[in-house]
Structure formats: C-alpha cells, structure tokens
Write a protein that binds this ligand. Structure first.
Ligand code: BG6
Length: 517
C-alpha cells in the first residue's frame, strides 16, 4: 500500500542534513491517555513540531487511545485545536497540519478491557501497511499512574511487546508513589518488558539547559578542577513556580511538592551537577554515573529530617492587587489538607568529591516568580584583602557565584569581584553572562521534542533507569514517612512569597542564606 502523507516542500539538502543529523526511523506511537492534558499540551504539539521541522520520519503514525468515544476525524479536530493553542514559539501551518493529521488515528477503549488492545493491534497493523512504519512502535503511557501496571500487563497478554520491528514503552511520571510502590511497579513491568525497552520520562533531563550542564562540565577543561569540596562551599537548586495548582488540586493533594518535584526532577538535576564524568557519553555510562551519585546521597534518620527538611503550604494573599486563594481553598483540596506545596531539603553527598558540601534544594507553588536555577557558591578567598561597599557600610566581599539558569532565562552567569572605578581599592561584584538566545539565535527544542526523538532513535541517555528511580525514592522516603504523620501548622507562607521562615532557618543553621533568584 502507498503512503498517504502529502510530501512536504523541498528544502536545501545541506540545510536538511545539518538540521536533522539524527535520522529517526519509521515508527508508530500509541498514546494511552490521548484525551488527557499532557497529550494535548505537550505530546501532540511536540510531534507536530517535529513533523513540521522534518525531524521525524514521514513514515509515521499516532494512535490515540482513551475512554472517550471518538472517530479518527473527531480526534484530529480536537488535536488541531490543542496543537494550534499550545504550540510554543512556533507557527501553526495549515498545509503541514493537513499532512500531519493524516497520520493521526484513534481507538476508543477502556484500559482494563482486552477488546481495546485487540483494536489497537488491528489499527497498528493497518498503520504499518498504510504508513510503512516498519513494525516499530513506541507505546506512551500517559494515563492515570494507577493504570501503568495494567497497561503493561495487557501489552504482554496481547503479544504487543514484540513485533516485526522494535517496541519501546515510555512511562510518564510519577513512577510510583513511594519507594515500595516504585519497586513493585518495576517488578511488574519487568515481567513483560526488558529494562532496555523501558523509557521512564523525566522531562527535566530533556531540557536544553539541563543537558548543557554536562556540556559545560565535561566539554571544558577549566571548570572541572574546581568542581569539588575544596572550592565549592554550597549549592542551591531552586525551582519556583508562580502558579498555584491550576485545577490539579486532587492530584496534587496526594502528591505534594517533595514527590512532585524533588523526588524526580530536582534530584536528577542535582545528580547532573554532581555526577562523575562518564567514561564515554552513552546511555549506560551516563546513567551508571547518575545512579552511583544518587546512591551516595545520605539517607536521613528522623532527627535529621527535622533538621534538614522543611514543608510549607501557601495561604491566601493579595498579590499585585489580585486576591489569590490558599491551597486549602483550591478546588478538589481538603480544607484541612496537610499537603506540602513547598519543600526545601538539605542533602549531603557522602563521596570524596562532595563530603561536607550542603546541597539546598527548594521548590514551591505560588512563589513570587517562575524561575529554575542552580547557584554554585565558591569558597571566599582565604584572606579578604578588599572590602565591598554596601548600603550598610564596608563588608567582606561576596564569594564567587556560578549560576546555571534553567528557565525562563536560559544561560550561565559568573559573579566575580571587580575594582570600582575611582581612587582607593573598593570592589564590587560584576557578572559575566552567557545567554542561549543571543549566542545561538535559534529556538531550543522543548524537552518533550528532545525526549520523543530520543525514544524513537533508541537513545535512553536522558531517560531514567530502574536503579536511578529507586535511588531517588530512597533519598526522599524518610522525609515522606515522617511528614505523613506530622501535624503541620499550615498555611505557613502567603501566596506570592519565598516560602516559610523555617526554610530560612534551616540554611541559617549552616551559616547560609537563600539567594533571591
Ligand atoms: C511537573 C509537575 O512534573 O513539572 C508540575 O507535576 C510542575 O507540578 C511541572 O508544574 C514543572 O515543569 P516545568 O517544565 O514547567 O518547569
């Protein structure tokens, strides 16, 4: 059978080659949970964008599945609406959409029902013929997490884990609700799938700026010698969001900030900043180093949890003239909820490189602004020869600070001291800045674009492996256990502020203060 997709306009072959040096093989993607938010906001817009830029094969098909009854055409119409709405920094092109839409199919059905998997198999066979997808299939689990084990079991029961081509399964976060459930889920998955076919997604690892941490550290000779306890005093990782829970109250109430951000995204970011250099840059070696690092993070005992972890929950406040509700007033949230919407943790990494260096990690909803960055503070010079002029007088100068900016600004800044103009030796901090936008002048792919392509080409470097996921649950588990029985005096920070006082006190005990990003 012939391919239904309309050919796209010709492009300069050289440009084509430069842009798409990683050719993606033909494949079909089955999205479970296709009418959900992630699919509408991220997956379909990313796939459209990849198709538009010809970064994926034209021999490609998407089969959406969810419970809602819909025809292929109704699914296409719905996805058109979402893609045109959620496409980030990119034009929506009707002609390209028409080609793309011919690759979209829909199979309604309940995830518990064997009939749904029979129907998916039939549709896959059809798409393999019509779009020449070579029997390669990515299954994308974007359903309620409680269905993950069931879907994998059903894939096995229907023999969908094998076929003419390769089969890979992407699993969205959250991967488990705690260490025990994550282990159990891994076991259930491994009854059907080999670890090499499992792609656990953590979209932070796909962000350009997070990937760039590895390029910065291991592609340059000048930083790595300083990257250790001898030169680094402490590290602060901040992921602040100005939004609240945005209609996800019911999910968030069960999760909380520590589970939602620190167990996965931010512990992976910490591992990226602190891991040893891999022997070669490939999936096994990079992930071996990340896993090794996570295993070196000190597991807290209950007294340490009191000292090194702080929970917060936002209360109502007027911000910028607008009345914002507290978390307990959000739809779907228990009015006495004990859920953390802010979490701050001090981790220590017990290895030779990092012994004694505190890693402060904080994240929260309803903070004053959206910002994610990593601030690496170096030791002060051994003898302060110069003083810094401040509003409150002459003080010892502030130490060097390297800031890796993840979002929304993307770049790197190095703060160092410079002599202020004029007579006398007064010094002042100045900053040397690298900015992605102005240096490269082109749009960075979104994390989902990067990760979808990686799964299609079979590169699991930026996906998490069983041992990494279990190790990152292990480091937060004592905190979760203690917090589960704690009676917090919530709310303890007003919406639009930088979190509870207890968090400042946690740093003050170590002689540090949070930076204002
Ligand atoms: C998700 C969390 O994994 O990451 C959300 O569930 C959070 O609560 C989001 O808002 C943050 O991602 P990003 O890419 O916007 O920083």
């Amino acid at each position: 059978m012939s391919v239904l997709v309309q050919p796209l306009p010709e492009v300069n072959p050289l440009q084509d080659q430069l842009r798409f040096d990683r050719r993606v093989p033909p494949c079909a993607i089955v999205i479970f949970g296709a009418s959900g938010d992630l699919s509408k906001r991220k997956l379909l817009p990313s796939l459209y964008r990849l198709f538009y830029e010809r970064r994926i094969s034209q021999n490609f098909g998407v089969i959406g599945n969810s419970r809602t009854p819909m025809s292929d055409d109704q699914f296409r119409d719905r996805m058109k609406e979402s893609v045109s709405k959620f496409l980030e920094d990119a034009p929506f092109d009707e002609a390209v959409w028409d080609s793309f839409a011919q690759c979209l199919f829909y199979v309604p059905g309940d995830l518990n029902s064997p009939a749904a998997y029979d129907a998916i198999r039939k549709k896959l066979d059809q798409v393999e013929q019509s779009h020449q997808t070579a029997g390669n299939v990515v299954f994308y689990l974007s359903t309620q997490p409680s269905y993950y084990a069931e879907v994998v079991e059903q894939l096995g029961a229907h023999g969908l884990q094998h076929g003419n081509g390769w089969r890979r399964v992407i699993i969205e976060k959250p991967f488990g609700h705690d260490l025990e459930s994550a282990r159990k889920l891994n076991e259930q998955i491994h009854q059907v799938l080999d670890e090499s076919a499992v792609y656990r997604i953590d979209h932070y690892l796909g962000k350009e700026t997070v990937q760039n941490i590895l390029a910065f550290r291991f592609g340059n000779g000048i930083f790595e010698p300083l990257w250790n306890r001898r030169y680094i005093d402490h590290v602060q990782i901040t992921a602040a969001e100005s939004i609240g829970v945005e209609g996800r109250g019911a999910y968030y109430q069960e999760a909380g900030a520590l589970r939602d951000m620190i167990q996965n995204h931010l512990s992976q970011v910490m591992a990226t900043v602190t891991m040893e250099p891999p022997i070669v840059f490939d999936a096994d070696n990079v992930r071996d180093e990340r896993a090794k690092l996570l295993r070196a993070v000190r597991i807290m005992n209950p007294e340490e949890v009191h000292k090194f972890a702080v929970a917060g929950q936002y209360g109502p406040a007027i911000v910028g003239g607008q009345q914002l509700p507290g978390f307990r007033q959000e739809p779907g949230v228990d009015p006495n909820s004990q859920t953390d919407t802010y979490a701050a943790v001090t981790f220590f990494i017990d290895n030779w490189r990092w012994a004694g260096v505190p890693f402060y990690i904080r994240t929260g909803k309803r903070m004053p602004k959206r910002v994610t960055d990593i601030a690496i503070q170096f030791h002060a010079p051994p003898l302060p020869l110069f003083k810094q002029q401040t509003k409150t007088g002459l003080l010892p100068p502030r130490p060097n600070l390297l800031i890796l900016r993840i979002q929304p600004e993307e770049g790197i800044s190095l703060r160092f001291l410079s002599k202020s103009p004029g007579s006398g030796m007064r010094v002042r901090p100045v900053s040397m800045d690298f900015n992605y936008g102005s240096s490269f002048g082109e749009r960075s792919p979104t994390a989902y674009e990067t990760l979808l392509v990686d799964a299609m080409v079979g590169d699991a470097t930026l996906y998490t492996r069983q041992d990494m996921v279990e190790a990152s649950w292990q480091i937060v588990q004592p905190i979760l256990d203690l917090w589960a029985h704690e009676k917090f005096d919530f709310p303890n920070y007003p919406a639009g502020s930088w979190g509870p006082k207890a968090s400042d006190e946690m740093l003050a005990r170590q002689g540090h203060t949070w930076r204002i990003p």
